[in-house]
Design a protein around this ligand. Structure first.
Ligand SMILES: [Mg+2]
Length: 261
């Protein structure tokens, strides 16, 4: 049985573990069960505008006690990527404060002025102003390269879809004519490698569980990790007919993961 070689679980958060401020039915119990039977877990999210600490606290408020080490956000992976590949670089942030926190935790220096930055890091900025956009524009005009935590177009808000990082990227790319050099978030190989690294396992011993065909399932497909789609978030069962890749498991929610054992 396939589950015999399964040791590591890469689990999306939004739409898979929680929706809004609510834990999805059965998710907490399933996470506890997977840990009980010795599975290694990492939670992988494209959210780039919060730090791991903020995410950890949010999960704790919902009654989920995960360790910070088990959480990997696109902000975390962006910070690690720059720290490793561009040590000593200085960064300018277009985005919410959580990203700057995560960059500083990784030991990166924030540029004093936009003109001094080597990299402009873009994520969601929920209170963006003209001044913020203009400073980011100036950073790129003065030679900063562009890296984005993710490039999601929308995220589900309480009252409908909301503009996501793609909108922030669009403002800078179209005004400067400079393209984004690197997008870190799922489905990139950079995110897959970061998750496998935390688990310490090869891809064939892991499963990627998530609600998004474009980010979660595509990441699994590209990285040779088996895939489980949950229908508790952004994907409806009807969309699967037009999808050309076979998904290993399709579950109503994470609670169905227990059917494997
Ligand atoms: Mg999701």
């Amino acid at each position: 049985m396939m589950s015999q070689s399964l040791k590591g679980w890469i689990i999306d958060l939004d739409g898979t573990v929680y929706r809004g401020k609510q834990v999805i039915d059965g998710a907490a119990e399933t996470i506890a069960y997977l840990k009980l039977i010795g599975m290694k877990l990492v939670f992988l999210s494209n959210r780039g505008n919060i730090s791991r600490k903020m995410c950890h606290d949010k999960l704790l408020d919902m009654g989920l006690d995960l360790s910070e080490e088990e959480i990997l956000l696109s902000s975390t992976v962006t910070a690690r990527y720059l720290q490793k590949r561009e040590p000593g670089c200085s960064v300018w942030v277009l985005g919410d404060k959580g990203l700057a926190d995560e960059l500083q935790v990784a030991g990166l220096a924030l540029a004093r002025t936009p003109e001094k930055a080597d990299w402009l890091v873009i994520t969601l900025h929920e209170t963006v102003t003209y001044r913020d956009l203009n400073q980011a524009f100036r950073a790129v005009r003065h030679g900063a390269k562009i890296i984005a935590t993710n490039a999601d177009k929308t995220f589900p808000g309480d009252d409908g879809d909301c503009i996501d990082v793609a909108g922030m990227i669009g403002a800078i790319v179209s005004s400067t004519g400079q393209e984004v050099e690197i997008v870190i978030g799922k489905p990139s190989a950079i995110m897959a490698e970061a998750a496998l690294d935390v688990l310490g396992l090869p891809p064939e011993e892991c499963v990627m569980v998530g609600d998004s065909l474009e980010s979660d399932i595509a990441l699994g497909r590209n990285a040779g990790i088996r895939t489980a789609l949950v229908l508790s978030g952004s994907t409806e069962r009807e969309q699967l007919e037009a999808f050309d890749f076979s998904i290993d498991y399709v579950w109503d929610s994470l609670a169905d993961a227990r059917m494997l054992f």
